[in-house]
Design a protein around this ligand. Structure first.
Ligand code: ZN
Length: 117
């Protein structure tokens, strides 16, 4: 089993490696920029990229540093350029619907009961 000791977060903060992205609770989303592609967004599996990189957690997160590890599967299957990607750093909760969906269901149930708890 490969161990992943996360790096120490120091200030001033520079988010420039996969280890720092994970240690600070961020994630990276890839977006395919090819016209007509139906696969627009996908979160990168940063753990898998770190495992495949010879640098591990120290793998850089600049566009060209990430591009070698990812591709657009829809464009690859269609025979198009599968590396026409843009990357965005985002907070980890930006795409997690679970707590919000739970909250929304709970609120809807309260309204259905006439507002009591
Ligand atoms: Zn694509």
């Amino acid at each position: 089993m490969m161990k992943f000791p996360l790096p120490k977060v120091t200030f001033p903060l520079t988010i420039n490696t996969i280890g720092i992205v994970i240690a600070t609770g961020h994630e990276i989303v890839a977006r395919c920029c090819t016209n007509g592609c139906t696969r627009k967004n996908g979160r990168l599996n940063l753990v898998q990229i770190a495992k495949r990189s010879p640098l591990g957690w120290e793998q850089g997160t600049l566009h060209d540093e990430l591009l070698q590890y990812v591709f657009c599967p829809v464009c690859r299957a269609a025979g198009r350029n599968d590396k026409n990607l843009a990357f965005t750093l985002s907070t980890g909760d930006a795409h997690c619907l679970w707590p919000k969906a739970e909250h929304d269901r709970s609120e809807a149930a309260k309204r259905a009961r006439g507002g009591e708890n």
